[in-house]
Design a protein around this ligand. Structure first.
Ligand code: PEP
Ligand code: MG
Length: 325
């Protein structure tokens, strides 16, 4: 099967009914970027920038960050790269910041909460991204945004850095796209206010699932207890998807769900056309996409949202088997 997936590298990710789908990579190291070539992925849908912050004894300075982000963009050879700003805290602790000792670190001082409280850290990172992105397409995404006001504050810091860069005689990005993760459930209830301020949204199903079901994603006793292919999650995703697509905001999903073929099939049935996943998932998900006919799936899925039990995954698996997906 691996040989078959490799052979599919250059085949388009298009459904049986001619719907193109973008398959993107999740990455976190410069060494991941060549996987773009190896897998034939469209781009990097999620570049987690925290690795160099975690690996060093102190914060990397603007120069070190600029140099790294430039190398990443060079290595991507013109394919889009979505840089997600620092998402530390919870399970990703920095040796030089004491955020340990919280009772609920996943719901604690983490991610954009830290970087809005320490704006110099975020500004340095944004400065480096703006410098590296001069005359190139630059995609910046903010993590763990819980309300529109946080995104607006972060964007204001980005605007300051764009202005500073301009005043220093730097070239602007060829194209700038700013987006947010949707991984805290509250944000879905502020979409009208949020959508005006973003070019794209990426659903982080890992954190979203843990917060939607109140089930710690790292606690093995319960992390498998609730299924993403279940009526509450599917209804929730359907509501987000419908509103983003109506507003013309580009929507993707970059949690683990996107890399599992059956789950990814359901995301396509919901209307999501951009899926970001780890490199080994690209082949299996592309095989699924190429065998899928969407209209039958959409019709079938409409019968699932109100089921009161745990039968949804089995039903969808049978649908996939029956339809040669
Ligand atoms: C997510 O929460 O789904 C996500 C993609 O972000 P991370 O796994 O880095 O928290
Ligand atoms: Mg997350």
């Amino acid at each position: 099967k691996l040989a078959t997936y490799a052979a599919m590298r250059d085949l388009p990710a298009v459904t049986q009914c001619d719907q193109p789908v973008r398959l993107l990579l999740n990455a976190g190291l410069l060494a991941d970027v060549p996987q773009l070539e190896a897998t034939g992925a469209h781009g990097i849908g999620l570049y987690r920038t925290e690795m160099p912050f975690m690996a060093r004894p102190q914060l990397p300075d603007v120069w070190a960050q600029t140099s790294l982000y430039s190398k990443i963009l060079d290595a991507a050879q013109g394919k889009p790269v979505v840089f997600r700003t620092l998402d530390v805290g919870s399970d990703k602790l920095l040796p030089y910041w004491d955020s340990a000792g919280e009772d609920n670190p996943a719901m604690g001082w983490r991610s954009i909460r830290i970087t809005l409280d320490r704006p110099a850290v975020l500004r340095h990172q944004l400065r480096a991204l703006v410098r590296a992105g001069a005359e190139r397409d630059l995609y910046i995404m903010f993590p763990m945004v819980a309300e529109a006001a946080e995104l607006i504050k972060a964007r204001a810091l980005l605007d300051m850095e764009l202005e500073r860069h301009r005043a220093e005689g730097g070239k602007p990005p060829a194209q700038l796209r700013v987006g947010t993760m949707l991984e805290v459930p509250s944000l879905a209830w502020q979409l009208p206010a949020l959508l005006k301020h973003v070019d794209f949204i990426s659903i982080g199903s890992n954190d979203l699932t843990q917060f939607l079901f109140a089930a710690d994603r790292g606690n093995m006793r319960i992390s498998e207890r609730y299924d993403v292919l279940s009526p509450p999650m599917l209804s929730y995703l359907r509501s987000i998807t419908d509103r983003c697509l109506d507003a013309g905001v580009q929507l993707s999903l970059c949690g683990e769900m996107a890399g599992r073929p059956l789950d990814a099939m359901v995301l396509l049935g919901l209307g999501i056309r951009n899926l970001s996943m780890s490199a080994p998932s690209i082949g299996p998900v592309k095989a699924m996409v190429r065998s899928l006919s969407l209209s039958r799936l959409e019709d079938y899925m409409s019968t699932l949202y109100d089921l009161p039990d745990h039968s949804v995954r089995d039903k969808l698996r049978n649908f996939a088997l029956d339809h040669g997906v």
